[in-house]
Write a protein that binds this ligand. Sequence first.
Ligand SMILES: [Zn+2]
Length: 253
Amino acid sequence: MAIDSHMHINNYQLDKPIKAMALKRINKDHNIEKAINVGINLSTTREAIDLSERHSKLYVAAGIHPLYIENQDLNELFTLADHPRVVAIGEIGLDNTADNYKEQRRFLISQILIANSLKLPVIIHSKNCNFQIVEIFKKIVKPRYGCVFHCFKPDEETLNYLIANDYLVSFSGLITYKNAKRSLEIARIVPDNLFLVETDSPFFPPESLRASVNYSSNLIYVIEKLAEIRGTSYIQVEKRTKENTLRLFPKLN
Ligand SMILES: [Zn+2]
């Protein structure tokens, strides 16, 4: 059984039937043992905590995504994150599709400090900002309890920095896409102990299901693709990524 290290059931909030379907599918799915339901602001974090109290497979990452920082209170995030089902602070990071860089930076730094004081790992969102995020780690504050760059975008210099610091990268359905050449190269060379798998559902369904809503069940396609490019078996990738996920997020144990 595998662990989906990054998904968003609470993003289904606009469409109740799809959300109900996502919950039903994950509860029944024998391939998925646990999943981290990732908050993007206070309300989705609150909802993820509520769902985790009612669905035993669901855990929570509490965080404010760089595109959703408006009207968000970091003190409240701190209070919410101090919950037994919250296993990480995330997703947090920088995103160059918005122009409020200074504010994004302030939120990222504060949330790394929150993670460090709660002894939690961080889940990083980086949209064309790998370099700027690594600069913050080097010059201002470093995640002290582990870090994963989710949906990692290929960049060998950042990969080398992450490897040197025992930080991880995570692969999603994006690696099944036809234009994923450079991601596949990274997926081929990353050390066995430093990668995770995720669906980032409801986004990024695997290539063969491109037109549909993505669910945690589709994690099998990500594992399959990784096994293929790393020249190993499905079972090996599943086992490795599970070990890595439990090591990075000890509260999942
Ligand atoms: Zn996400």
